[in-house]
Design a protein around this ligand. Structure first.
Ligand SMILES: *[C@@H]1O[C@H](CO)[C@@H](O)[C@H](O)[C@H]1NC(C)=O
Length: 606
């Protein structure tokens, strides 16, 4: 992040001045000590000036890296997304907790551990371990603190204090944003740590009996790791009473929440968001579509549906805060890396194929109206069918519940990264990194899963689109090959954004061609202003962030695609905040009411 590599400092020319040559005439017959001393003194002075200038440039680049003067529009001129993700609250991601100086890579590489804290009770190495995901944090906190009770309190203190419902939901509502997406764990508990006799009794809460009761109340043993790996892996349970409090607050401010099941037991995807990173995902290896009644994943989703249905009568105030449910976030993300023709051809995939007869029957159902005369895309055979069938059955379970009749939607999230490259040979060369072939496959599948009436009402397709991970859309401080444009090269940036933001138009056009122009509802439940997943490359200047954001939002609005920014806040996210924290971004844009950076007084990393 130093100024020297980012193209908007003059450090290289300053460095040239440091290598001053001594004039040969000064040294005709031996050393002229006076001149030498003067030279050394002036060299030291020059170096000091260079350092000062360098620091000034560095500091100004960090504080205010606008490269060309722009008038940043006031907030009433900023287009707004349909929704905001309350990310890394009820399902933790490491990069939100890197502290002031730990930001590097949004998708942490295997082998590094970057999260340092879980405030307010765990503020750094002095209070607990560094961590990858909430499961290793939970296990290591129990070990380091020697206390199940303390571990539960650390998680609960964070979850209770991270978002101030009455301040922040109001802020969101005042912006005119009526939707929040809430990534959450699959593991829920009826119990309330704020009101638990065992937890309150400091004298006895750590004894063996009480500790095991607390574990039963506030953690879920992962059934897949238990049964198939002989390994006890605990997930820290999200208290339903906390979720209900939150939903009632949403209702008070006219906000509808999308409850997004972001993790499932065993782990469903490759990535730090899967809850088990860096372990390999097990969910699909033991997925059982032929015995849905006893299948673990399907049971988790049915239980969630039943709980939400029960709220219609038991807590209608909270029920009014729910807008939608997402059964699984980015299902089997990156499964397309495995298998013949893929990047890792020899390793067996964490997403195995369906049994042959099940796959054939499913393809027959999906492709029944595909023929030569139609523009309908054939859904191809492949391992991806396992995850698509799971989602199909989730839609079926939702359809049979009371929820569609009570105004609740289902947001079904699919990701093109589950498709092996031979199925989408041209997507790699698309000028805007938009994955048109993969998108057509998913839209064609969606036609086989839902009716036109459902798609216009409660069945919503959700495809995430990030410029930060698409080679063709990335902007980088060091230009090519890290990015398609160099931060600050506004012509190049606009050319790239023009192409890449047609993604939303393409999504809508393909929906029209695969589904008919029947007003299918389309969402992109995640996007950000970031131009690169690595902050070492990402453009952090206000001009680029502003352009990246507004052009994505405007194009999506025009195409009728609802965008949800990822995520609302990340006060412990250091440099990530500029492109990923909506609160911080609005502050950078000078939006009304956002006069302070997204930060807190609570440290992370001490
Ligand atoms: C732990 O504390 C509880 C509550 O005071 C008590 O009933 C129980 O016998 C204790 N168990 C052990 C193993 O000390």
């Amino acid at each position: 992040m130093a100024g020297s590599s980012n193209g908007y400092s003059s450090i290289p020319s300053v460095e040239e001045k440091e290598s001053i040559e001594v004039d040969p005439e000064d040294d005709a017959n031996g050393w002229d000590w006076t001149r030498l001393v003067q030279l050394v003194v002036s060299l030291i002075a020059l170096i000091a000036i260079c350092v000062a200038v360098g620091m000034f440039i560095y500091i100004s680049a960090v504080d205010n890296p606008v490269m060309v003067p722009v008038d940043v529009p006031a907030d009433d001129q900023l287009p707004l997304p349909a929704g905001i993700n309350l990310a890394s609250w009820l399902s933790l991601e490491d990069y939100f907790f890197v502290g002031d100086d730990g930001a590097v890579e949004v998708a942490t590489f295997e082998g590094s551990t970057v999260a340092k804290c879980l405030p307010p009770l765990h503020v750094g190495p002095s209070t607990g371990p560094m961590w990858n995901t909430e499961t290793d944090l939970f296990a290591n906190l129990m070990e380091e603190t020697g206390s199940v009770a303390k571990t539960i309190q650390i998680f609960h203190a964070f979850r209770e204090s991270y978002i101030d419902f009455d301040v922040e939901l109001k802020q969101i509502a005042d912006l005119g944003i009526q939707h929040v997406r809430v990534p959450m764990s699959w593991c829920l508990t009826e119990f309330d740590p704020s009101n638990d006799d065992i937890l309150k009794d400091e004298a006895t809460r750590n004894n063996a009996t009480q500790s095991s009761i607390l574990l039963e109340r506030y953690a879920c043993k992962d059934p897949f790791f238990e049964k198939h790996h002989g390994e006890t892996l605990y997930w820290p349970a999200v208290p339903k009473p906390l979720v209900l409090d939150f939903l009632r607050a949403c209702a008070r401010y006219g906000i509808k929440a999308t409850l997004d099941v972001h993790t499932l037991p065993g782990g469903t995807s490759l990535g730090t968001f899967n809850g088990i990173f860096p372990k390999s995902p097990l969910f699909w290896l033991y997925d059982n579509p032929e015995d849905p009644e006893n299948d673990v994943g399907r049971t988790v989703f049915r239980d969630l549906l039943s709980w939400i249905e029960s709220l219609i009568d038991s807590d209608n105030e909270a029920f009014q805060g729910i807008g939608a449910i997402t059964p699984m976030n980015e299902p089997a993300h990156l499964a397309g890396l495995f298998g013949p023709g893929a990047a890792i051809p020899d390793k067996s995939s964490f997403l195995p194929p369906l049994p042959k007869d099940v796959a054939e029957a499913y393809l027959t159902k999906l492709n029944q109206d595909v023929d030569e005369s139609h523009a309908f895309k054939t859904v191809p055979d492949g391992n991806h069918l396992r995850s698509l069938l799971w989602q199909d059955q989730a839609v079926a379970a939702f359809r049979e519940s009371k929820l569609p009749d009570h105004g609740i939607d289902i947001f079904v999230n699919v990701h093109e990264s589950i498709l092996v490259p031979p199925l989408v040979p041209n997507d790699n060369y698309d000028f805007g990194g938009r994955h048109p072939e993969g998108t057509a496959i998913f839209l064609s599948w969606w036609r086989g899963v839902t009716t036109a009436e459902e798609r216009a009402n409660w069945a919503v397709l959700d495809m995430h689109h990030y410029h930060a991970w698409d080679n063709q859309c990335q902007g980088a401080v060091n230009g090519s090959p890290s990015g398609s444009y160099t931060c600050g090269d506004l012509n190049a940036m606009n050319a790239v954004l023009d192409q890449c933001t047609t993604w939303a138009t393409m999504y809508r056009d393909i929906a029209d061609s695969q589904l008919g122009k029947s007003g299918a509802r389309l969402v992109s439940g995640e996007f950000s202003a970031s131009t690169h997943h690595s902050v070492r490359h990402s453009c952090l200047d206000v001009t680029t962030l502003h352009a990246s954001y507004t052009q994505q939002v405007e194009k999506a609005q025009a195409a009728g695609v609802e965008l949800y920014w990822w995520g609302w806040k990340m006060p412990y996210g250091g440099t990530f905040r500029r492109a990923w924290s909506f609160k911080h971004f609005l502050y950078l844009m000078g939006a009304n009411g956002f006069t302070k950076p997204d930060e807190t007084d609570i440290p992370c990393g001490v």
